[in-house]
Design a protein around this ligand. Structure first.
Ligand SMILES: *Cc1c(COP(=O)(O)O)cnc(C)c1O
Length: 378
């Protein structure tokens, strides 16, 4: 028996790791064998579980891992993922460069002061792999001036421990129909790449593509893609979804079980604020999930739906911290499975539907489901 069970409760996430493997294989087929796939597993694998997803992704052919934080990379190493290179996509504190070096973790660099400070902390007889980040229009992190790139390259070359492994940028609009902004970003990036190559010779990894660019513009991705959201089977944006040439398999589903079922009289109110009133005799079920699990209150607005016995049922009244109520079509037994994301029979509620309900993007939905909900893998 595991020491810290958090699965006494009847609410759980299922992660279909085969779906993740199939999505990786699909993008690899699309890209051809010269392109390395970096599986992006930041934020606990977009809420799917970073270690499990990373292991499966590697098995399916991903040769690189991407995370946002140094601690996320260390977690993967500590879990036994030793061989696969890992890039931290965010800025690591230069004082922690030695940790990155010890764990063989690649870091993102774009500031002169960063390298100068990091030099003081690293061991000069061990390697630290660096990917230089260029800001070509995302406006987040990255260098914007050619002289900064040249200066960085000079420092990196003068320091034996520092190894230039890659150069990259990040796109701001790859999931939109309009491509003018993206074309401009690529033009700026190409100039940075040309300059870097002219200065230092060839660079092992040159990359800019996220899921949207990898899937929508295959064949234009240099030699590495950073594959995140679509590895999980989700589209980067709902309106450009028709432009995605492979059929993605969603990996995550969310389920619970009814803990209470009752018949209420007409005009009975449900939940905080008594905002819902039964219009006739109704069967109401209680589901043990709430905003304390990341199942946001907004889900119940406009009577968002869940699945019970293969039928769509509206959420009624306000979602509480740990529980919510749904309107059932008829009496069903306590313990009946409720599917909040996923399918039952011929009905399916996709992450995309939940994202639209919450007026947000697909990414936010699995990330918001917190660790109070246990994950099970199949
Ligand atoms: C998160 C992230 C990605 C992955 O993007 P998706 O749209 O999820 O494929 C790629 N690159 C960087 C720098 C990121 O932060």
């Amino acid at each position: 028996m595991e020491p810290h069970r958090n699965d006494y409760r009847d609410t759980w996430v299922e992660v279909d790791l085969e779906a993740i493997a199939n999505n990786i294989k699909a993008v690899k087929t699309l890209q051809g064998k010269d392109v390395t796939v970096m599986a992006v597993v930041k934020a606990d694998g977009y809420g799917h579980g970073s270690v499990e997803v990373a292991q499966k992704a590697i098995e399916a052919g991903a040769e690189f891992l991407g995370v946002a934080l140094l601690e996320e990379a260390v977690e993967l190493r500590d879990a036994g993922i030793q061989e696969t290179p890992i890039l931290v996509l965010g800025r690591v504190n230069p004082q922690d460069a030695r940790i990155a070096q010890q764990y063989n973790i690649s870091v993102t660099v774009f500031q002169i002061e960063w390298v100068l400070e990091a030099k003081k902390h690293i061991a000069c007889d061990e390697r630290l792999d660096i990917h230089i980040k260029c800001d070509t229009g995302m406006g987040r992190i990255g260098l914007t001036e050619e002289h900064t790139l040249l200066e960085l390259l000079t420092i990196i070359r003068s320091e034996n421990a520092l190894n230039l492994m890659g150069i990259y940028t990040h796109l701001a609009t790859a999931d939109e129909w309009e491509t003018e902004y993206l074309d401009k970003q690529l033009e700026y990036f190409q100039a940075f790449v040309d300059l870097a190559k002219k200065t230092t010779g060839s660079i092992p990894y040159i990359h800019y593509s996220n899921s949207a660019a990898s899937l929508r513009y295959p064949g234009h991705n240099y030699n590495m893609i950073r594959f995140g959201i679509s590895m999980y089977g989700l589209v980067p944006a709902i309106d450009t979804a028709p432009d995605i040439p492979v059929s993605l398999e969603p990996a995550l589903s969310l389920h619970s079980r009814l803990v209470h079922v009752k018949k209420v009289k007409p005009s009975t109110s449900i939940s905080y604020g008594a905002t819902y009133q039964a219009s006739q005799e109704e069967w109401i079920g209680t589901v043990p999930i709430g905003y304390g699990d990341g199942w946001l209150r907004k889900n119940a607005e406009n009577r968002g739906e869940v699945l019970v016995a293969g039928e769509r049922c509206p959420m009624v009244g306000r979602i509480c911290m740990d529980q919510m109520m749904i309107k059932l079509p008829r009496e069903v037994p306590i313990g009946t499975k409720v599917t909040l994301i996923g399918s039952q029979g011929h009905q399916e509620i996709k992450v995309e539907e939940v994202a639209e309900r919450l007026s947000t993007i697909t990414y936010e939905v699995p990330c918001t489901l917190n660790s109070r909900i246990p994950r099970f893998y199949q």
